[in-house]
Design a protein around this ligand. Sequence first.
Ligand code: AP5
Length: 243
Amino acid sequence: MAAVTVMDAAQAKLVTVGPVILLGAPGAGKGTQAKRIVERYGIPQISTGDILRDHVKRETELGKQAKAVMQGGGLVSDELVNAMVADRLSQPDCARGFVLDGFPRTAVQAAWLDGQLAGEAFARFQGLRSVPIVARMDVDYNQLIRRLTGRRSCPTCQRIYNVHFQPPRVDETCDLDGTQLITRNDDREEVIAERLKTYDAQTKPVSDYFANQGKVTVLDGDRPVDEVTAGLFALLDSQAGQA
Ligand code: AP5
């Protein structure tokens, strides 16, 4: 059955929606779908991977600590990541909702987030749910490998492409701003294998954590991008504005 959206584009930009948590393995499409949610609902994407990569690029203290861990396919410590997310959530653009992409990634991060959403600091965001909308995208292992080895991204506007599934109009060039596309440092096969192992060992339990509270909606992430988006929009439309 086709997924049904109930709001038009203008309404979608006015409602409170989320917090939304996108779960899924590396390459499942979290970043791709988060950007579409941002466009439709006008809420910010909080990608811990993007924030960490920015720290690495700017060679901050956090970036120096994170660099080797990320290049090896492991996880940056809960303490550092939680502090980084706390700082981001304190910003006013989160008031109408936000979409978390790549966080929480361990059971410790999930419990910490639950505490934040139920806590006083969060109460200032009137109308935002204390119970997040959690969507997990499941994708076949071989498909994940193809997606990650084929991924390219624009360092200027962050748009994500794929040489197999979503190629740019001109090879290796961003459609939007003409910038030369880049391959992420951790999208090398040996690192991908480690990232997928880390996901199985440390991040799968996060889905169980939310599922035990009855919060997880599972989407078939193997479907084409637009179909996954339609499923997500239908879910978000149906729950938007519910505290
Ligand atoms: P992060 O940046 O979060 O990477 P990830 O979770 O490995 O996820 P990806 O960004 O690789 O995949 P995605 O699901 O966003 O897929 P995308 O939409 O790009 O984290 C990187 C590192 O930072 C971690 O390894 C860790 O070290 C550290 N880190 C981050 N958060 C942390 C945390 N909370 N705690 C500790 N450490 C943390 O899509 C992939 C490709 O597939 C693209 O080319 C896209 O075009 C294509 N595609 C997407 N959807 C479809 C579709 N439906 N059909 C066909 N192709 C598709």
